[in-house]
Unconditional design. Structure first.
Length: 313
């Protein structure tokens, strides 16, 4: 994870910037946007030594800036020791990701990651992929548990990325959704894009990207329905958004309209969603490969409580 450490810099104003505004000169000297430079000045993190100033102050010959920058300090990332590896060879590794583990590091996240935990265990991961996300061709939300594939070789990364992009990988999830679904099986086909109300939420919108979700009922209860879900597309929060859009949000998914009282009674503090199965053509042998998971303890307990409530009603 990252913490912030302060670093003070004293910078004499070069001749070429004498006569320029403080914010303009600061942005040029530090390679920052003018807005960021103005924020540093307004917050007192950038000043002129021995004279008062504002962002519009014109710099004079002999002026010296003092800038206090907060920079990330690298700390040891926690390791998800409970994360099991369910399949591994020279090309790929499939993990059973616990809830509370992110796929990779990101701004503001201080918990364990799949990528960091694999590397900490000595698992070699290909360098192919975006910085900090190398080897990753498909992700799971922090609050979703289950199977996730990471590539160890360059060849695997290219081939598995192609398979995911062409929807050749079969991804099966189990989800517990609120209410009684009328049909035994159906398809939700509705485009998904970012919600205007929040950067973290997604919604069904005509301006979104194509999203297709197939579901089959596995078990019915008086208050909820257990379903098996297959995705043709892999949009962020796709299952959560699609079921919420048909008025059947996932149990425990408060972000998308779930009943918090029901989640509390079931002992859930996250959405009831688990990536149960991955089926794909092995990138090197081309053999059709299937990897299976099982429900984690919190989802199993919630399901047991739901079955008990149903039998009493």
């Amino acid at each position: 994870m990252n913490e912030l450490e302060a670093k003070n810099r004293v910078l004499p104003v070069p001749d070429a910037l004498v006569g320029r505004r403080f914010d303009v000169a600061l942005s040029k000297m530090l390679g920052l946007s003018r807005a960021k430079a103005s924020d540093l000045i307004d917050s007192g993190h950038a000043t002129l030594i021995d004279r008062t100033c504002s962002k519009s102050t014109v710099l004079l010959d002999g002026d010296t800036m003092e800038v206090r920058l907060e920079q990330p300090k690298h700390c040891i990332e926690p390791v998800a020791n409970e994360m099991s590896i369910v399949y591994e060879d020279d090309d790929i590794v499939v993990v059973d990701k616990p809830v509370g583990v992110a796929a990779h590091a990101s701004v503001g996240w201080t918990g364990p990651t799949v990528l960091g935990s694999l590397i900490a265990r000595g698992v070699h991961i290909t360098s192919y992929g975006a910085p900090g996300r190398h080897g990753i061709v498909s992700r799971l939300d922090v609050g979703t548990s289950g199977l996730m594939l990471v590539c160890k070789s360059e060849h695997a990364y290219k081939e598995m990325r192609r398979q995911f992009a062409h929807h050749e990988v079969v991804k099966t999830y189990h989800a517990l959704v609120q209410g009684n679904l009328e049909q035994d099986r159906a398809t939700i086909e509705a485009p998904i894009g970012r919600a205007k109300v929040s950067d973290f939420r997604f919604t069904v919108t005509p301006l979104g990207k194509e999203a297709i979700t197939h579901w089959d009922v596995l078990e019915r209860f008086s208050e909820a329905t257990l379903v098996s879900v297959n995705l043709e597309t892999g949009r962020t929060h796709q299952i959560r958004v699609h079921f919420s859009s048909i008025k059947h949000p996932l149990v425990g998914d408060h972000m998308y309209g779930a009943n918090p009282k029901l989640a509390e009674e079931l002992g859930l503090d996250r959405q009831w969603l688990h990536a149960m199965r991955l089926e794909f053509r092995h990138p090197r042998t081309h053999i059709w490969t299937r990897v299976d998971s099982h429900y984690p303890a919190d989802l199993e307990r919630a399901l047991d409580v739901m079955r008990a409530r149903h039998s009493q009603q």
